[in-house]
Design a protein around this ligand. Structure first.
Ligand SMILES: O=C(O)CCC(=O)C(=O)O
Length: 409
C-alpha cells in the first residue's frame, strides 16, 4: 500500500490500486483464450508501416498507437489482437469489423477523473457518517485509504448499500431510493471529447441512455460472504450483450456502450473481456439467474463458445462497444480498487430499453438549446422519475428472458 503524502486523491487511490495478485486471469468464454496473443507480429506485407508503432499490452492485445488501423481491421490482423487507437477519430470500418474500439486519452486524468474520485471520497465520507450515526455500520473507518474504507463500509452495510453510489436507480424504486447524481459524474457523461467520439458512431443528435453504472470493486478478498460473486457492481460480470439486458424495445436502437476505467484496469484487478466480432452473431439467449445462483443474467456456455480477449486499459482511455458485442469482466484479485463507469448513448428519438428512467440530450447539432448542460437539471430528472415510478411501479417492464428456455436448464 502506498500513500504519497503530497499526492492528490486520484494518485493515492491509483497507488493503492497497484500491486499484483495471483489468480484467474483468463477471459474464458467457455474455453481458455489464445495463449499466443502476446506474440502477434505485424504480418509481412500487411501495409502497416512504421507509422503504426505496434506494441503488445500485458493482455497481449496489440495496440495501434498512431492513426487509423483500417488495413489491419480489414483482414490482415487476427481479431484477437485489436483495436486500440490514440486518435479521437474513429475508423468506422474497424469498429464495424471488431464490434469495439479502445481509444486512448479520451479523458484527462487530472481534470476529468480526479474530480470524480474526490466526489466519491466525499460521498463515502457522507454515507459512512450517516450510517454510523444510524447504528448501521460498526465504524466510519475514516482513517483507512479509499479502497479499504469502501470495502469495510460495504461489508457492514450489505449489498443494498451500494445503491447509494451507483448512478442509476435500481429496484425497489421507492420515493427515497438512493442514487448518486453529482456534478463530477455529470461532467464525465457530457465531456466534449467523449461526445466527439460518440458522435462519429451515433450521429449528431445524441441522447444519454439511462442504462449506466459506476462499478467500484474493492479487492475481492476484503468482501464478506454477503457480497461474494453476488453483485456485478462489486464482483465479476458474466458474459452478456448489452442489448440483452434491456427490454425488447431497444432492439432497433443504435445504442452504444462506453466503458472506461477510473484507474488502470488489468487482468489482476478485473479488466473487461470482449469477444471480438461477436456482435455479428446477433442477439444471443441470456439466462436469468435462478434462486441460489450467483449471477444476474448470462449467455449460457453452450451458446457462447468463443474465446475472450482481456482488455487491459489505461486511465484516460475509453472503450466504445457495439450493443451486441459479448463481454464480461474478471474478478478483482488485486489489493486495490477496480473502478469503472459504463455509460450508453444513442440517437435522439429511439427507445432506451428502460423508458421509465430519464434520458437526456447531451448533444444536438440541430438545436443545441435541447442539451441539458446543468448537472442539477440532470439530478432533478432522476428525482422526478423516481417519484413517478414509486407512485406507479408497473411502468417498469421486465427484461425479455424467462429462463424457461432449454439452454437455461
Ligand atoms: O465493468 C464490469 O465489470 C462490467 C461492465 C459491463 O458488463 C457493461 O458495461 O455492460
Amino acid at each position: 500500500m502506498v500513500a504519497a503524502g503530497t499526492a492528490g486523491r486520484g494518485e493515492q487511490v491509483q497507488a493503492e490500486a497497484e500491486g499484483r495478485a495471483d489468480g484467474d486471469s483468463q477471459c474464458s468464454a467457455g474455453r481458455t483464450m489464445h495463449a499466443a496473443q502476446s506474440t502477434h507480429a505485424v504480418p509481412h506485407g500487411s501495409g502497416i508501416s512504421n507509422r503504426f508503432a505496434l506494441r503488445a499490452g500485458r493482455s497481449g492485445a496489440l495496440r495501434l498507437t498512431n492513426g487509423s488501423a483500417r488495413r489491419a481491421a480489414q483482414s490482415e490482423l487476427p481479431l484477437a489482437g485489436m483495436p486500440v487507437a490514440s486518435s479521437l477519430s474513429v475508423d468506422r470500418e474497424l469498429f464495424d469489423h471488431a464490434g469495439y474500439v479502445v481509444i486512448e486519452d479520451v479523458f484527462d486524468p487530472a481534470t476529468d477523473l480526479d474530480p470524480v474520485v474526490d466526489e466519491y471520497a466525499n460521498l463515502l465520507d457522507e454515507m459512512a457518517s450517516r450510517w454510523y450515526a444510524q447504528g448501521l455500520i460498526d465504524s466510519t473507518y475514516a482513517t483507512l485509504p479509499f479502497a479499504e474504507r469502501f470495502g469495510h463500509v460495504l461489508n457492514d452495510i450489505g449489498p443494498d448499500g451500494y445503491r447509494a453510489f451507483d448512478i442509476t436507480l435500481s429496484s425497489p424504486i421507492t420515493e427515497d431510493a438512493p442514487i448518486h447524481t453529482g456534478p463530477a459524474v455529470f461532467d464525465l457523461i457530457t465531456r466534449e471529447r467523449l461526445l466527439d467520439v460518440v458522435e462519429q458512431l451515433v450521429g449528431p443528435e445524441i441522447l444519454s441512455n439511462p442504462i449506466q453504472h459506476v462499478r467500484i470493486k474493492p479487492p475481492e478478498l476484503t468482501l464478506n460472504d454477503k457480497f461474494k460473486h453476488k453483485n456485478t457492481m462489486v464482483a465479476a460480470t458474466e458474459w452478456h450483450q448489452d442489448q440483452g439486458v434491456a427490454t425488447i424495445e431497444v432492439d432497433a436502437t443504435e445504442m452504444l456502450t462506453v466503458w472506461f476505467p477510473v484507474f488502470d484496469t488489468t487482468t489482476e484487478n478485473g479488466c473487461l473481456c470482449v469477444v471480438p466480432g461477436s456482435h455479428k452473431r446477433g442477439l444471443l439467449l441470456h439466462c436469468p439467474s435462478k434462486p441460489g445462483q450467483l449471477f444476474d443474467l448470462r449467455i449460457p456456455e453452450v451458446i457462447r463458445g468463443s474465446e475472450g480477449l482481456p482488455l487491459e486499459m489505461k486511465r484516460g482511455s475509453a472503450l466504445f462497444m457495439h450493443r451486441l458485442t459479448m463481454h464480461s469482466s474478471l474478478r478483482n484479485l488485486s489489493p486495490g480498487v477496480r473502478w469503472s463507469f459504463d455509460l450508453r448513448y444513442q440517437p435522439v428519438g429511439q427507445p432506451t430499453g428502460r423508458d421509465w428512467l430519464p434520458a437526456f440530450v447531451v448533444r444536438s447539432r440541430a438545436d443545441p438549446s435541447r442539451e441539458v448542460r446543468d448537472w442539477r437539471r440532470w439530478a432533478d430528472l432522476w428525482t422526478e422519475a423516481r417519484s413517478v415510478i414509486a407512485a406507479n411501479p408497473s411502468v417498469q417492464r421486465p427484461r425479455r428472458w424467462t429462463g424457461t428456455e432449454a439452454e437455461c436448464a
